[in-house]
Design a binder for this molecule. Sequence first.
Ligand SMILES: [Zn+2]
Length: 281
Amino acid sequence: MEYAKENFSASIEMLDLCLKTNGPHVLSCGYGYRKAIASAGTSDGMHPGIDKALSVGTKIYAPFDGEITATRNQPSYGLDVFVYNASLGLTFFAGHLSQQLVKVGQKVSKGDLIAYSGNTGMSTGPHIHAGLYKGRTTSVDRNDSKWVDPVGYVLTSTASAKKSNDEVAKEVWDGKWGNGADRVQRLTAAGYDANAIQAIVNKGVTSTPTSAPKTLTLPASLGSAVPVYSYADGKKVGTINPKKFGGLTYDLVTITGNGDRVIVTRDYGKVRVNPKYGTVK
Ligand SMILES: [Zn+2]
């Protein structure tokens, strides 16, 4: 009998996608047969997924486009979420969450925030249990062999047809791909030509007079909480943290009639920044 490995490091595309990280990942428990964990109340048997320790409240993103087929609160996995992609024929499962941000029947896109990690259900500490199922399911039977080992499982090679550069450029405008180096990395990882897409985005920006400013730079000296406001209604939606990143530079979408600088942030999408912050170039 071979037992599931514990405390080992592996490259796992599914975790890269659902955590928006670039592995390798240290797993507290791998996929496979494992002995009972008395403190967690589990018995001997299959562990039909992988466990990674995460502090409570870590953002969990949809690893692929799909439909939410179930969100439950039950003894084993606590709060959980299932995302099914029909063209891939795969279900992504995340358990022990602290908060579910999606509802059954909801359509999600790859990269959408769907939950926060937690420590609910049979769990000995804050972590995510992430599973991958060949097919559609709304429950976890650990003896069902369609739960496969996510380690080494490549999701993007069989991904649904890629979008056109124009479509992706529009998503960039809508804030789905983040900014700067983060955006380049994510576009490249998804198989897109980041330069070609940036060229389309820039064309949109410079369709206003050619003298139009192109970037807004927020230096680290502005501190950790520059307020940002909804593009649509001007209400405050949160803060961004130039200090943490040694300064931030955004593509400038436009400057509104009252001088607000409009940028697209990863966390809040299209937002306004007060003219007193940062430098437009
Ligand atoms: Zn687990």
